[in-house]
Design a protein around this ligand. Structure first.
Ligand code: HEC
Length: 190
């Protein structure tokens, strides 16, 4: 064999031919590429891990919670479920391609939003990202339908459904500077 000695370090004896070696490292690189490509999509959902210095959780007023539940049942339960458990198959798009109403308990993601964001969602309604009709996927509730007090009572009711970890996460959102939310009417609205 005319291979110049020292041009390339000899293959490790336990590994097979060089081609196998190269192929292995190419698929490793591909694997890493996939991990990198999927990374941002996964990390877009912030994990609910307790912060190093837990913020104190305000005690919920039981009468506010029960009033919030009554208001919820009257205005929201038809879509979000009597126990705020969400529509059946809420993670599957419906016939129109919209996502059905999600739960407000620990199984949903309502607890990821600050009190301010939650009241903005209720006041402004929501548009599903695939909904191209003029109608919002969730209707807006203006002051003639819900008072500010009724909104904060409903938020208290939602909080009563959350685990201490989720309440902790949500309380931290309340203490952050506000993140501007896109208007649900921004695209194709009235
Ligand atoms: C006509 C059905 C309908 C009614 C009534 C309704 N919602 Fe919704 N709601 C939805 C749908 C559908 C979504 C999800 C829209 C999307 O993101 O695509 C939603 C989303 C939400 C969200 C956001 C949840 C999250 O995880 O981001 C909140 C909060 C919410 N609704 C609260 C309420 C409250 C409180 C009421 C009653 C005052 C109410 N909704 C009434 C259909 C409804």
């Amino acid at each position: 064999m005319g291979r110049a000695a020292g041009a390339r370090p000899p293959d490790p004896p336990q590994v097979g031919s060089e081609t196998v070696h190269r192929r292995a490292s190419r698929s490793l690189a591909l694997g890493l590429l996939l991990v990198v490509a999927c990374g941002p999509a996964i990390s877009a959902q912030p994990a609910a891990r307790p912060s190093p210095t837990p913020v104190p959780l305000p005690t919920l007023d039981p009468s506010q919670v029960s009033h919030g539940r009554e208001v919820y049942v009257q205005h929201c339960a038809s879509c979000h479920g009597a126990e705020a458990q969400g529509a059946p198959d809420w993670q599957q798009p419906d016939a129109r391609g919209d996502l059905p109403a999600p739960p407000h308990d620990d199984t949903g993601h309502t607890w990821r939003h600050s009190d301010t964001q939650l009241s903005e969602i209720m006041r402004g309604g929501l548009r599903d990202q695939f909904n191209k009709t003029l109608e919002l996927t969730m209707p807006p509730f203006q002051t003639d339908q819900l008072s500010d007090q009724e909104i904060s009572d409903m938020v208290a009711y939602f909080k009563s459904l959350w685990s201490p970890e989720h309440r902790q996460f949500q309380e931290e959102q309340n203490r952050r500077p506000p993140i501007p939310m896109p208007s649900p009417n921004a695209e194709g609205g009235r």
